[in-house]
Design a protein around this ligand. Structure first.
Ligand code: CA
Length: 238
């Protein structure tokens, strides 16, 4: 299985390539953002990209954004030395599927890779004909065949992460979902990660689905998490 590693630090490159080769992966390396982007665009056989954020020339966030703009859906695992929420959110928001903060253990990298490849494969499996392809709540609809959302009949543009989050909420209506549960299900992350990213994405999603005069559907359950449900009659709408 072919992976692309975009990383400029020789020591990190050597540890990762050695470890992943032993685990049976075939690793190609790009030492900077520009050449990494070109390799990824010209070579659709890469099953996953490991992308460092701090790179000479084009940085990892820009590479990731360019790949997504070019409709490249390959899973991207971002490596960051900066473990702040802002950087993590910026990385995920640029289209990365997961991230790992340096320094990390090779074992953890391999676990993340397996999880990403599994997640990608699961979404590629054809939906049984009996499964409903449209999930809905009140006037909010999500078509899981076309991956498109709409509210009051008007379409809503979602990023890949926002789509997964909304799909998870719609599959679990009227149920309190904890931040950790959302993190595990939507991001596939089982490690200790700051759940702040869930709040950030819930807010993105709220902004997108809250059309003027439409009722709030994503409710904060103080101290517990979130719940997707219809509005009660006595609640304010906005
Ligand atoms: Ca670097």
């Amino acid at each position: 299985m072919k992976l692309l590693l975009i990383e400029d630090e020789p020591a990190v490159v050597s540890v990762i390539t050695r470890g992943l080769s032993e685990a049976g992966y075939e690793v190609s390396v790009a030492p900077d953002g520009n050449s990494g982007l070109q390799m990824a665009l010209n070579n659709p056989t890469f099953r996953l990209i490991i992308l460092d954020v701090m790179l000479p020339g084009m940085n990892g966030i820009e590479v990731c954004r360019s790949l997504r703009n070019a409709k490249q859906e390959v899973p991207i695992l971002m490596l960051t030395a900066l473990g702040t929420t802002e950087n993590i959110v910026m990385g995920l928001d640029s289209g990365a599927d997961d991230y790992l903060v340096k320094p990390f253990k090779l074992q953890e990298l391999e676990a993340r890779i397996r999880s990403l490849l599994r997640r990608k494969t699961n979404t590629d499996i054809a939906v049984p004909v009996t499964a409903p392809s449209v999930l809905s709540l009140a006037d909010l609809e999500l078509d899981t065949d076309t991956k498109s959302a709409s509210r009051q009949g008007k379409s809503i543009q979602l990023t890949a992460t926002e789509y997964r989050l909304l799909e998870f909420l719609l599959k679990n209506p009227r149920k309190v979902l904890s931040r950790l549960e959302i993190l595990e299900q939507v991001w596939g992350i089982e490690f200790n990660m700051n759940t702040k990213v869930v709040d950030v994405y819930i807010n993105y999603l709220r902004k997108k689905i809250n059309k003027p005069h439409a009722a709030e559907l994503i409710h904060t359950v103080v101290g517990l998490g979130y719940m997707l449900r219809e509005n009660k009659a006595d609640e304010d709408t906005y």
